[in-house]
Design a protein around this ligand. Structure first.
Ligand code: BG6
Length: 494
């Protein structure tokens, strides 16, 4: 495994702790070796030390005994060496090539290479080109070469298309693993199992029985030290065509013919391709955006977005976006999918809430039940991972009254929790060549195609009266108006 960006944050926070977890689970082969490449001048030892702290911290955050297993850590670092190099310099790839061939010679055999691009997106295309020019990306003698590409994949439709073109001119689609870390979350993977491995839900999973769907990805964090990145990105680009659309696709897709990577990814692509592409007029009435001002989170005062480091004091960048999507296919015609995502909201909560159609009220007309409560199915992605079903039950007593009750499954109760970064499955899947949880070129472009007219229309509009929601609240009022127009209300973020 070659990690480009070996001294960076992503490597420290996620990639190496995930490799440590894989090593603990004995899922790395004995002949495994890692070469870290970065510009920083580091010895092997200094590199290892810079990684140990974060892995230690990560292990402590879990619910097990919180101790780094020193034997496993030693096993891992004894396989990790560092190579200093500039990613834009062809010499770096020549040096890498000779380092890898030394490793192969020591082993006496060729090897598979996994190239992990834990680098800023501006490097994605050029690193892949260098891998091509140096022949490092060429598969040979039945040994594979796979390239993992992080997010963001493109900044809009045309840049995503250009990046796909640049990459696919050098390596084949089967060698590319575009990461969306939401797909590493167990609860996201479970959506497919829940729908297709249980006989109960699929027959009601359509426009006949479902009234509408609400998908919420709410965060309490602000932009932290990423003001510079966020000013060029905003909530829509940062979250919607990737993470939120993965949740939409998992919820809306048809059953694939099998769980093979291409069968699943084709169905997901079809679901996203069925989303109506809005005209500018439609964008105005089906989308809203917001930006947080100062407020309070967990009883602590927090500053507004415009006061964050590296953010312009009159920034027009949105930290909240809500959209009404129409999926124009046989299953979902007429069933709105409302999605919202934002920073500095009242709670951290990612949830898919499905509202079922109500019963005919006639039967209850001479009772005290005014209107029976609708049934909601709640897929809690994070935190408190689980699934709940809300329905009405008769309140005990001589009169006919209805109370709202809930059946609640919590992952923790059945399966416990292990400290996981979410990257374990993804890295393991790359090694075994299972691309199910990775985005194919068409999946990525389908997402951008829906979002592009929203970006264009928002950019062409007069400035918004930002900030329009207080940090620590449920988001801007205009998001409530979006649903009120359809006589719906958001479920509270709590
Ligand atoms: C990242 C976004 O892709 O996902 C961040 O760039 C966001 O802005 C993060 O905070 C959310 O991921 P998670 O796993 O914390 O829900």
């Amino acid at each position: 495994m070659v990690i480009f960006g070996a001294a960076g944050d992503l490597t420290k926070r996620l990639v190496v702790p995930a490799l440590y977890n894989l090593a603990c689970a004995k899922l790395l082969p004995e002949s495994f070796a890692i070469t870290g490449v970065d510009l920083a001048d580091l010895s092997d030892d200094a590199w290892h030390q810079s990684l140990a702290g974060m892995t230690q911290q990560f292990v402590k955050s879990g619910e097990q005994d919180g101790q780094l297993n020193q034997d496993v850590w030693n096993w891992l670092v004894s396989r990790m060496s560092y190579l200093r190099g500039d990613l834009n310099d062809p010499a770096t790839y020549e040096n890498l090539k000779s380092k890898l061939s030394d490793l192969d010679n020591q082993r006496g055999t060729g090897a598979n290479y996994l190239f992990y691009l834990a680098v800023a997106d501006r490097f994605f295309g050029s690193v892949v080109e260098h891998l091509g020019q140096s022949q490092l990306g060429c598969e040979k003698d039945q040994h594979w070469r796979r390239v993992v590409i992080e997010k963001p994949f493109g900044h809009d439709l045309s840049s995503a298309q250009a990046l796909n073109k640049q990459i696919l001119a050098v390596i084949a689609e089967t060698q590319v693993y575009r990461i969306d870390h939401f797909l590493g979350k167990e609860t996201v993977q479970n959506i497919m199992m829940f729908r297709f491995a249980n006989g109960l839900f699929e027959p009601v999973w359509n426009r006949d029985r479902i009234d509408h769907v609400q998908i919420t990805v709410a965060e309490t964090v602000g932009v932290e030290r990423r003001g510079g990145f966020y000013e060029k990105t905003g909530a829509l680009r940062d979250m919607v065509p990737n993470h939120v659309f993965q949740l939409v696709a998992m919820t809306a897709m048809e059953a694939p013919n099998s769980f093979s990577a291409d069968a699943v990814r084709s169905e997901k692509a079809k679901a996203i391709e069925a989303i109506h592409i809005c005209s500018p007029e439609e964008v105005n009435c089906t989308t809203v955006r917001g930006q947080y001002g100062p407020g309070e989170i967990g009883g602590q005062p927090v500053q507004g977005y415009r006061e964050e480091p590296d953010v312009s004091p009159d920034s027009q960048v949105e930290t909240y976006a809500a959209l009404k999507l129409s999926i124009e296919n046989w299953r979902w015609s007429g069933v709105p999918f409302y999605i919202r995502t934002g920073k500095r909201l009242s709670q951290r909560k990612t949830q898919i809430a499905i509202k079922f159609k109500e019963t005919p009220a006639a039967l209850l007309r001479n009772t005290q039940v005014q209107s029976p409560a609708p049934n909601w199915l709640l897929l809690r992605i994070q935190p408190n991972e689980g699934i709940a079903l809300e329905f009405g039950a008769k309140v005990p007593g001589p009169t006919m009254r209805l109370g709202d009750v809930r059946m609640d499954f919590k992952y923790q109760d059945y399966f416990g929790t292990a400290p996981e970064t979410g990257y374990e499955t993804l890295i393991y899947d790359v090694m075994i060549g299972d691309a199910t949880l990775f985005q194919r070129a068409d999946n990525i472009e389908a997402g951008w195609r829906v979002v592009q007219p929203i970006i264009d229309t928002w950019n062409s509009k007069i400035p918004e009266a930002f900030p329009n929601y207080k940090a620590g609240t449920q988001g801007p009022d205009c998001a409530n108006e979006l649903l009120a127009r359809d006589q719906h209300t958001w479920r509270p973020i709590e």
